[in-house]
Write a protein of this length. Structure first.
Length: 92
């Protein structure tokens, strides 16, 4: 891994009934071992939202190594919260 690996994040927005778009979680690629691991997590998040028929937009941004991200839940926190509300676990 070099200094340019994983210097990006994915901010996820969902469309609520009624049309409002809200930002719900962030996937910070810097937290993962490599670029592919972060992309796998994004695929998992997309499948999770698709399974629940939640329209989503994935916004990719470049970040600096020391740049703070918006104060949003992580994907893992969002997933746990959603599963506790809807009673459905993610498919393996």
């Amino acid at each position: 891994m070099n200094d340019f690996d994983n210097l990006w994040a994915c901010i996820v927005h969902v469309k609520k009934p009624g049309g409002d778009v809200v930002t719900v979680f962030v996937i910070d690629a810097r937290r993962y071992a490599d670029d592919q691991a972060a992309r796998d997590v994004i695929s998992e998040a997309g499948q999770f939202l698709d399974d629940r028929r939640v329209p989503a937009e994935f916004e990719y941004i470049q970040v600096r190594r020391d740049q703070p991200l918006p104060d949003l839940p992580t994907w893992e926190d969002y997933q746990r919260q959603t599963e506790s509300v809807d009673g459905r676990e993610a498919k393996p």
